[in-house]
Design a protein around this ligand. Sequence first.
Ligand code: C2E
Ligand code: MG
Ligand code: MG
Ligand code: MG
Length: 281
Amino acid sequence: KAKSEGRNTSAYYSDGMTQSARERLTLESRLRNAIVEQQLSLHYQPQIDLSSGRIVGAEALLRWYDPDEGFIAPSRFIPIAESSGLIHEIGLWVIEQSCRQGVLWLQEGLPPLIIAVNVSAHQFQRNELQQQIADTLLSSGFPAEQLELEMTESALMTQHERAVGMLSSLKALGIRLAIDDFGTGYSSLAYLKSFPIDVLKIDKSFIDQLPEHQQDAEICKAIVTLAHTLGFDVLAEGVELAAQQLYLQQIGCDCYQGYYYSKPLPASEFSELLKRVGLSD
Ligand code: C2E
Ligand code: MG
Ligand code: MG
Ligand code: MG
């Protein structure tokens, strides 16, 4: 059977690699090439203040456009970037590019927006992250207080002492810190209160069935209360419906992002949107 499928297939049987291992390897070398060929870009999703209705920030999200395949989802290539170590190079580029874009928007006359950048646990594990961010802020001229780093709970909870030290040194740069996908990891409340963070981002899975799903509705309420008790802001992720937005507003959630307002946009479309909706008063 293998024979009738041609040469490549028999080569694949003989070298003993599983198909998924082969796919990973192919994707890894394509990702290396994508960096060189500048196929990576960032899209920006608006973050909305629920009390004013204004855009107050943007989450930078990686996009890989492959000329043959089209867009390849981060859920497919981020794990490969992480296992191959490419995440360090890519992650640094994301931070630099976000800061450069932030400066361009300020020069265009946009109001000062928070730009939120995702940082992988692998990046967080390296001590050089703090210096890289310090260097990038300096070389780009982007104001530290407009840069926010998003990390997941699991990135922070594994080595608590180190995490607190690392977060404190990042905080000392004047940047903002957020916990991404909150509620899906294994946050210890004792740890949570010791982290110098600014924002909890409620994971989309708790938002999806709002407001009808009673447990999720109560969980969101509890997260808002918890966050405010600890002195953090709360942002809800993945808001797709008016009813979800309304409920979040009613329970005192500070901000949200989601397709209801806008999907992630290329930088030029993001600034057009801002000029359309928000520079008038
Ligand atoms: P995340 O950081 O939790 O980002 C939110 C994801 O939800 C994004 O998916 C965004 O496009 C999507 N999203 C936002 N609003 C809605 C909505 O209303 N409905 C639905 N269905 N989805 C919504 P995306 O861009 O595919 O990114 C997926 C994940 O990949 C991110 O989750 C993040 O963990 C990772 N990622 C993306 N960019 C980067 C990056 O630059 N560095 C690192 N380390 N990870 C990244
Ligand atoms: Mg995120
Ligand atoms: Mg998230
Ligand atoms: Mg996520």
